[in-house]
Ligand binder design. Sequence first.
Ligand code: DLL
Length: 433
Amino acid sequence: MIWSNMETLDREAFRKIQLERLKKTVPRVYNNVPFYKKAFQEAGVEPGDIKTLEDVSKLPMTVKQDFRDNYPFGLFSSPQEEIVRFHASSGTTGKPTVVGYTRNDMDTWSECVARMVSMAGVTNKDTAQISFGYGLFTGALGLQQGLERIGASVIPMSSGNTKKQIMIMKDFRTTTLISTPSYALHMAEIAREMGVDPKTDLNLKFGLFGGEGSTEAMRNELIDSWGLFATENYGMSELIGPGVSGECEALCGMHINEDHFLPEIIDPKTGKVLGEGEVGELVITTITKEALPIIRYRTKDITSLHYEKCECGRTTVRMSKIQGRSDDMLILGGVNVFPSQIEEVLLNTEGIGPHYQIKVFKKGYLDKIEVDVELIDANLLDSFSLLEALRNTIKGRLRTVLGIDAKVTLLEPRSLARFEGKAQRVIDMRGAK
Ligand code: DLL
């Protein structure tokens, strides 16, 4: 179902709204945020220079470090009395990235998520189990607001306590699962261990996944495990949280809520703005946020934009599946590889389960990569020749498809770590002494 008529505007109408909103956002940050005033002055640009939508490229970019340098509230455009909610993204090192919302921002956010869940087919007849962690992470509360807006019945489960998740799912007749792809995979495994067949003993129709990347092979694995319709949804705390974009029933890219987020794709090395269909880093300017409008935020996520009308009837621009983050790309002896490409090779190999870990380290001056992956059938471990054949198949595919020589270790089922939130599949030890 198309939730809002803002999703079907023609291109000219979009551009008009975007320009109007951009023209309001730019003076807002210039006048309220010393960081932006300085950055604009350094770039030699003033709010009055924004006359067309293309002029956005004159504006300076914002990066994650700017949040850290202005921790906690230095980038806020609204005074504290107008802030009704904080969230933060954890990050592995240092202080979290803090974000704030005014009452209007909360409304915008709920609206964006309402569109996103409707796009997948969820309605007020559905019962949605939110298995993202509640708290500072934007995932759970963001989804909750949007689902409530469309009238779905929400179960605020949070992540973890997986056996209870399955019990509630069964007893409450959950139709919609909301989680990271990796946690959904783990939940299916626990369900089977409990003697519950996720496909036949439960009532799931939809899986709305997001918060981390997943390949098409991983989507198929999720569909096979749960027997549901799986969509992928994208967002980030700095921009709003979930609700930036999501897949519709046609599954041909994630529709961006363009009346709130103005997207560009740039070459991550040169910063040059790229054209439709070209792959590069997603840069987004928020054009309706009040508490924390962000100008040209470098997301580091690698994707491309597609403007032709979708068969679902929406006209909003679609972004392709995220290939990876520019800072996650592994450069192995000069060869560029995204972990998602390794995942694709592994998951498309028969006999191999969806759980793996990638370790990268230096041996002398050389980059070395090791891939640990679980077998589906532990009995294979008794047959040296079958095991060797499988190992060689994977090694061969990694070499042919990606051009890398990896050490491959096949492990017993259930030997690698499982994740209740975002998975950490890559351990890069090259920085370590
Ligand atoms: O993960 C917001 C979110 C929550 C989106 C739930 C969707 C569902 P952060 O914790 O700030 O926010 O992490 C943002 O996660 O820059 C991407 O690298 C990654 N990411 C999020 N969704 C996807 C996706 C939330 N569908 C960072 N595909 C982003 C690939 C994703 N990567």
